[in-house]
Write a protein that binds this ligand. Structure first.
Ligand SMILES: CC(C)(COP(=O)(O)OP(=O)(O)OC[C@H]1O[C@@H](n2cnc3c(N)ncnc32)[C@H](O)[C@@H]1OP(=O)(O)O)[C@@H](O)C(=O)NCCC(=O)NCCS
Length: 171
């Protein structure tokens, strides 16, 4: 259904169309991005945040077979660590068709395969049950509830913590 691929500078219009929407970033740390912020996000994604203490591996979610960019996803790894955090976002026109589930499954393949990680975790807000469902559908366990750990668009929010080990079974 979808294929993950590396981002290119020519993806700017499609990336901006996504990250400039409040309904897309509402439950995420990302701001509603101006064109300049979208370009900065894209450039730093392509370079995998070289000046940061973490490596941010971002992939375009490409519709298959057209290749059109219909979402973004990524893994953030503290440099030197063997665990990473995943995230994803999908164009609202493509919600409810299994896109995020397909992409998150492929992202786990990248994280455990190409990146050689041992543990993957993710957080999601209680008010975002679609995301919780995606994490459950790819086989992640609910590990806990983190109180007031995320400042989302200026307000402190609590979140559910999900995780999976490389050795654990996946659907
Ligand atoms: C969360 C998001 C990525 C889901 O993408 P998607 O492609 O629609 O996800 P899928 O179609 O693979 O799966 C969605 C699941 O959530 C379920 N769902 C959707 N809305 C729901 C709701 N309000 N309550 C409970 N479940 C819900 C769907 O029924 C589906 O589960 P099912 O297959 O068992 O029926 C998408 O809504 C999005 O991009 N949101 C904005 C960005 C975001 O919040 N990202 C996550 C940050 S943690």
């Amino acid at each position: 259904m979808v294929k993950l691929r590396k981002l290119e500078l020519s993806d700017l219009d499609a990336v901006h169309a996504l990250v400039s929407r409040m309904d897309v970033v509402r439950y995420m740390l990302l701001p509603v991005c101006s064109r300049e912020e979208s370009e900065e996000f894209l450039r730093s994604s392509i370079l995998e945040s070289p000046s940061e203490p973490w490596r941010s591996v971002v992939r375009a979610i490409g519709n298959f077979p057209s290749g059109d960019l219909i979402g973004l996803c990524g893994v953030v790894v503290l440099r030197g660590a063997e665990e990473g955090e995943i995230w994803y976002l999908v164009n609202p026109e493509s919600w409810g068709k299994g896109v995020a589930t397909d992409a998150a499954g492929q992202l786990l393949d990248v994280a455990f395969g190409e990146l050689g990680l041992h543990r993957i975790w993710a957080t999601c807000l209680p008010e975002n049950p679609a995301s919780a469902r995606v994490l459950e559908k790819v086989g992640m366990r609910k590990e806990g509830f983190l109180v007031g750990n995320l400042k989302i668009h200026g307000a402190w929010k609590s979140s559910f913590l999900y995780a999976i080990l490389e050795s654990e079974p996946r659907p």
